[in-house]
Design a protein around this ligand. Structure first.
Ligand code: NAP
Length: 259
């Protein structure tokens, strides 16, 4: 080991970078946006509902952020959002595709409307956001990082959530497909697969005593995940710490998949 005492750049710092986080109004997106701001990034927050709580939390810690109210179910919204963020901040370096919805029904009764709604938000918007983001990063010949939020249902089938499973499984494939084409352009594309996290998305599961017990019994860590459990993984995949990591879906699941 050399004795060089010159200060090394911190691989996990994001100073001077601009990050767009979709679904930042609450849950996992709010925590990940906070983590990126804590690491030094300026953060664009997108969702349909009020983003004031997340923005106030980030600003109270001295972070820099801006709210971009957006409905990603609107097919024109993803391209407009990327354009608005790039215009406001002058650049965009990190994209966290987190916004997502879930619809639960038995497969025999699952409606085409629910299928389309889930696909539009969880998959189509990710495709368009990522394409528009990558075009801008490539034009600047800059470094870029895309982090997709996948799921245990990128690996497993799930129950009563066929559209969600289809979208999240496709997202793991899209992550690899994009990594193959975007790595040569200096853009890292990876995904995080959260395990069973205590957010609005899983309220129905936690309210069902039998499902809640069955899920907890299978988690080696012995507890539901908290939104803040994703902070380290998102900073890693959004920073130069993961410079040679391309196309992975990283489980952050308390050991669920190890069982
Ligand atoms: P959540 O608490 O329900 O939050 C979902 C976020 O997505 C909200 O900020 C919501 O904001 C936003 N969103 C939903 N539809 C939108 C739309 N049409 N346009 C813009 N934003 C929209 O869920 P979460 O648990 O934090 O989930 C975040 C991501 O993690 C999702 O992709 C989910 O599938 C994934 N995930 C969650 C878990 C879990 O256990 N919780 C596990 C694996 C993966 P508005 O309602 O304000 O628009």
């Amino acid at each position: 080991m050399s004795q060089n005492t010159a200060k090394k750049p911190d691989l996990f710092r994001l100073d001077g970078r601009v990050a767009l986080v979709t679904g930042a109004s609450r849950g996992l997106g709010a925590s990940m946006a906070t983590a990126l701001a804590e690491a030094g990034a300026k953060v664009a927050l997108a969702a349909r509902s009020d983003l004031k709580t997340t923005a106030a939390h980030i600003r109270a810690q001295g972070g820099d952020c801006e709210a971009f109210p957006t409905d990603l179910a609107d097919r024109k919204a993803p391209a407009h959002l990327v354009e608005a963020v790039a215009k406001h901040f002058g650049q965009i370096d990190i994209l966290v595709n987190n916004a997502g919805i879930i619809r639960r029904a038995n497969f025999l009764e699952f409606s085409e409307q629910d299928w389309d709604d889930v696909m539009d938000v969880n998959l189509r918007s990710v495709f368009v956001l990522s394409r528009e983001f990558a075009k801008r990063v490539a034009e600047r010949k800059a470094r870029g990082h895309i982090v997709n939020i996948a799921s245990m249902l990128s690996f497993q089938g799930g129950i009563r959530v066929p559209a969600y499973t289809a979208a999240k499984s496709a997202l793991a494939g899209l992550t690899k497909a994009m990594a193959n084409e975007l790595a040569p352009l200096g853009i890292n594309v990876n995904a995080i697969a959260p395990g069973y996290m205590a957010t609005d998305n899983t309220t129905a599961l936690r309210a069902d005593a039998a499902r809640n017990r069955a899920i907890l019994d299978r988690i080696p860590a012995g507890r539901w995940g908290e939104a803040d459990d994703l902070k380290g993984a998102v900073v890693f995949l959004a920073s130069e710490a993961s410079a040679y990591v391309h196309g992975i879906t990283l489980p952050v699941d308390g050991g669920w998949l190890a069982r």
